[in-house]
Design a protein around this ligand. Structure first.
Ligand code: ADP
Length: 631
């Protein structure tokens, strides 16, 4: 805040706004015409909001009941203005809305921009450029506004050249609502010309639910005012009369996303409950996808009247990336968030809308594999939450899952569970998976050796949510999910019927001796059936938490109960034969410890006493270098 003269004040933009303005003007220049869409979109929102407030206070509309938007241009003055008779803003609202950005995480978001014009353009677009896009084409923007219901002397004028400061002052304003006037930059005269504006409004704003009238201003009075758009809310029109482009533009209007949507689903439900929904899947995830507080949800209308943004009750949390509109004929016009929470009809609607989204994704997966792959990359981790959160839709969700497996190459195509089953032998009655910290650890894991030899595919699971996912999923098409790193693993050739005790039988003395050395470090020592090249590995007991989950919970500050792994040894391995033949107790002990240390490291665990391990290894290396000294 710098100067105040009477009620005129000059204020500084919030740092984030300043940054955004600079970046936006630079990176969106090649799409500069979108400023008009953004301003008309704001005007339409303002009209929507007034219509909503007027439900309980009809006087607000009294002197000017026809809500509409005007685009006024003046080729001589080189100005274009977007005018609405909507809700308007008070002085405080004006400063809050158009001087600051209240979204949390904005600073980090802006910090993440690269300076690469193309990349940043899509990022900024996805952030939602809104009002500030005016500065792409204007070197001065003036906003005059008056909140509906206030007296004419409650008008406010906001003015800025977009360089860092703006002024606000009180003005008389006879009409309610907002006028945004753009003084166009020298090179941008085209936006003060009738035919150009006419074409832009048709292209970008046809679907706006209010009439948009184009008017030649003082200097350009050559053209009669005329309504340019079709002025019917898009979702009320039938699918057959809507073009893909119209659907895309409407998406940009409601989502403030700059990019096209990936796909959409438009439906009217009639009968006991009547409503229309238009649901979109965005192409890219918003920067605040992982912020659980971030606004989410659909735009709610009741009988065409806008009720609220971000109505989150219509979809589960794991579908928080879906954008769209739901227009109900049955909900009361005075419905509030609280009432929505209690409404019984709503859970049925929520169920139906959830199904719609899942069916839309299923179609996408079937018909547009590349688009679905793009979807999965952006939102797959969020969708996985659904298996835990929404058991009722488990089967639909399971079909949509995609995995890295031992048959993917790390950056190529992912595999579905159906792909997995199609690629498996009939004799295989399990879906094998391995949890790991990352793909490299997973791919190199000793647990996979026998499975690889038998050419059995294994899902490689490295997402944070995966331990919960496999628990919730449990089986697919009647085939149980089986952890490749758990005790009692059974392989398809029926050796699962052979008990661990039977497998251990021939090696009992060795197992016992190793267990005596490792005592408290392991739960048990068994003969392994899953190893080929490695001498040993660790596995978790049937009812133990996986080490990945344990590490994650520990990192989150949870105390974990004491638990020990099971050590499995490969009795075919030379190192193990060597161990079995070792007569020196000290060396037997050291070798056993190293066997376990290596098994733990390969699995991704930290050693409890790394220094002891290094000492043991060094001693062993020295023995290699010089003739062995006993002890
Ligand atoms: P967004 O529209 O994404 O919220 P904007 O930067 O376009 O972001 O606008 C910020 C806020 O300013 C809007 O949310 C709205 O509250 C207010 N605003 C913008 N234009 C108008 C308008 N024509 N009438 C009333 N309020 C407006």
């Amino acid at each position: 805040m710098t100067t105040t003269t009477g009620d005129r004040e000059t204020l500084g933009f919030q740092t984030e706004v300043r940054q955004l303005l600079k970046l936006m003007i630079h990176s969106l220049y090649s799409n500069k015409e979108i400023f008009l869409r953004e301003l008309i979109s704001n005007a339409s929102d303002a009209a929507d909001k007034l219509r909503f407030e007027a439900l309980s206070a009809p006087d607000l509309l009294a002197d000017d009941p026809e809500l509409g938007i005007r685009v006024e241009y003046d080729p001589d003055a080189v100005t274009v203005a977007v005018i609405d008779n909507g809700i308007g803003m008070s002085r405080v609202e004006l400063i809050e809305n158009i001087g600051t950005i209240a979204r949390s995480g904005t600073a980090e978001f802006l910090g993440a921009l690269t300076g690469d014009q193309q990349k940043d353009a899509s990022l900024i677009g996805q952030f939602g450029v809104g009002f500030y896009s005016a500065f792409i084409v204007a070197d001065k923007v003036v906003v005059e506004t008056r909140r509906a219901g206030e007296a004419p002397d409650a008008g406010v004028r906001w003015s800025s050249d977009g360089q860092g400061e703006y002024t606000v002052e009180g003005v008389e304003r006879s009409e309610r609502g907002t006028r945004v006037t753009l003084h166009l930059k020298p090179g941008e005269k085209e936006f003060a010309e009738g035919p150009r504006l006419d074409a832009l409004i048709r292209k970008y704003s046809d679907h706006i639910g209010f009439p948009v009238t184009l008017v030649g201003g003082d200097g350009g009075g050559e053209a009669e005012p005329k309504v340019v758009n079709s002025a019917t809310a898009l979702w009320t029109r039938s699918r057959s009369e809507l073009s893909d482009d119209e659907y895309r533009e409407f998406y940009k209007h409601i989502s403030h996303d700059f990019a096209d949507p990936l796909c959409w689903s438009h439906n009217r439900v009639e009968g006991k409950r009547e409503y229309t929904s238009l649901l979109y899947i965005p192409k890219t995830a918003p920067f605040d996808l992982w912020n659980r507080e971030a606004p989410r949800g659909l735009k709610l209308y009741v009988q065409r009247v806008f009720i609220m943004d971000d109505a989150e009750q219509f979809l589960p949390l794991y579908l928080r990336f879906v954008k769209g509109v739901v227009d109900s004929s049955d909900l009361p016009l005075n419905v509030s968030r609280e009432l929505l929470q209690q409404n019984k009809d709503l859970s049925a609607m929520r169920g139906a809308l959830t199904k719609r989204v899942l069916d839309m994704l299923d179609r996408l997966a079937k018909n547009e594999a590349a688009d679905f792959a793009a979807f999965w990359k952006e939102f797959g981790q969020v969708l996985k939450e659904g298996l835990v959160e929404d058991p009722a839709n488990r089967d639909k969700l399971a079909k949509l899952l995609r995995f890295e497996t031992t048959r993917t190459d790390g950056d190529g195509e992912l595999r579905s569970l159906d792909d997995y089953l199609a690629g498996a032998d009939d004799s295989q009655d399990k879906v094998y998976y391995l949890l790991a910290e990352n793909r490299a650890t997973a791919a190199a894991s000793p647990h996979l050796e026998k499975l690889a030899e038998k050419e059995i595919e294994v899902l490689l699971l490295t997402d944070r949510i995966d331990p919960w996912l496999v628990d919730a999923l449990a089986e697919y098409q009647g085939k149980q999910l089986a952890d490749a790193a758990r005790e009692g693993l059974s392989l398809p050739d029926g050796d699962g019927e052979i008990t661990q005790a039977a497998t251990n039988e021939a090696h009992k003395p060795l197992l016992k001796k190793i267990k005596q050395v490792l005592k408290d470090r392991v739960e048990a020592v068994n003969v392994s059936r899953r190893l080929v090249d490695s001498p040993a590995c660790v596995v978790s007991g049937q009812d133990e938490l996986s080490p990945q989950l344990k590490r994650m919970l520990e990192a989150g500050g949870q105390a974990m109960p004491e638990s020990r792994p099971v050590l499995e040894i490969n009795v075919e391995h030379r190192l193990v034969s060597r161990l079995a033949g070792e007569t020196d107790d000290a060396r037997f002990g050291a070798l056993s410890e190293i066997l376990l240390d290596h098994a733990l490291l390969a699995e991704g665990s930290q050693l409890a006493d790394p220094a002891a391990y290094v000492r043991r290894m060094n001693r062993l290396l020295l023995e290699l270098a010089s003739p062995a000294e006993p002890g």
